[in-house]
Design a protein around this ligand. Structure first.
Ligand code: HEC
Length: 246
């Protein structure tokens, strides 16, 4: 079956495809930016690295969540006064008992942390206003809970598959060889399953984060190829030279 050429589609279709490709592409870039903002400070250093991914998904098994966050983690910045961090760390080391909490830890948290960590604050999911609440983050840091993985994975798998259905439908009209197109439209689905599968496995095997980052990069590359090629063929590609006599 011969498909219509992208270049010679009726104008309304070209505009429809162009709008879809541009806005889906912009949405993808914003999603990547969101990912960066969420995870780049996980290890306390700027830049999104495998170390951030391991801390986020596997956790720090020799450490508690509270200690991991205030010692080389994203919450260290909120303890500007010298000695406060050490006081909290030694309280955890000494068994995190209630008297030490009341005497030492509670005032530090009240001054520096509770403005976000309260039931109405920015970080309402982990309030730090009572001993019991603080005890909940004084457990071993096992990284992202499976429940969060399930919430993120099911919506992403479903919605991104639909996006790649649309992108693949438009990309299939390009002039690339049939076999190459067949591979390109299949790869995003494979990469998606590997990406979210490895995000799950990273809870058990931390080095799987490398596989996760490679598959994430592959999704980005495929997204770029599948958006830019049709845009090029619709608007920029020159019609083939007509051979004399035709
Ligand atoms: C400006 C608001 C803000 C302040 C102030 C703040 N936090 Fe946070 N906290 C957050 C946000 C947002 C997160 C989730 C993102 C992250 O983990 O980096 C978080 C996450 C945490 C977590 C991990 C919770 C979890 O279950 O994953 C702990 C523990 C924590 N903060 C402790 C503290 C401590 C201790 C202080 C004070 C020294 C503090 N925070 C000050 C906003 C804040």
């Amino acid at each position: 079956m011969s498909l219509p050429e992208l270049r010679s589609l009726p104008l309304p279709f070209k505009i429809l495809f162009t709008g879809t490709l541009l806005v889906l592409g912009a949405g993808f870039l914003v999603a990547e930016f969101n990912l960066y903002l969420t995870y780049h400070l996980t290890d306390g250093q700027p830049g999104l690295t495998p170390a951030d991914m391991k801390r986020a998904f596997y956790g720090q098994r020799d450490n508690t969540k509270l200690a991991a966050k205030i010692h080389g983690g994203s919450m260290e910045q909120f303890l500007p006064k010298a000695g406060d961090k050490e006081k909290i760390l030694s309280w955890i080391q000494d068994g995190a008992e209630r008297p030490g909490y009341v005497a030492v830890v509670q005032p530090i948290l009240a001054e520096n942390c509770v403005r976000c960590h309260n039931p109405n604050g920015l970080q309402r999911f982990t309030p730090l206003t009572t001993y019991e609440e603080v005890m909940a983050v004084t457990q071993i840091d096992r990284g992202e809970p499976v429940s969060l993985w399930a919430r993120v994975a099911h919506t992403h798998l479903q919605s991104i598959s639909i996006i790649f259905l649309v992108l693949g439908g438009i990309f299939a009209l390009t002039s690339w060889p049939e076999r190459v197109k067949a591979v390109v439209v299949a790869l995003p689905f494979l990469a998606l399953v590997v990406d979210f599968g490895s995000r799950f496995l990273a809870k058990y095997v931390p080095n799987v984060v490398y596989l996760m980052m490679v598959s994430g990069a592959a999704i980005g590359l495929l997204f770029a190829v599948m958006t830019l090629t049709p845009l090029y063929e619709m608007w920029l590609k020159k019609p083939p030279e007509r051979s004399p006599g035709s």
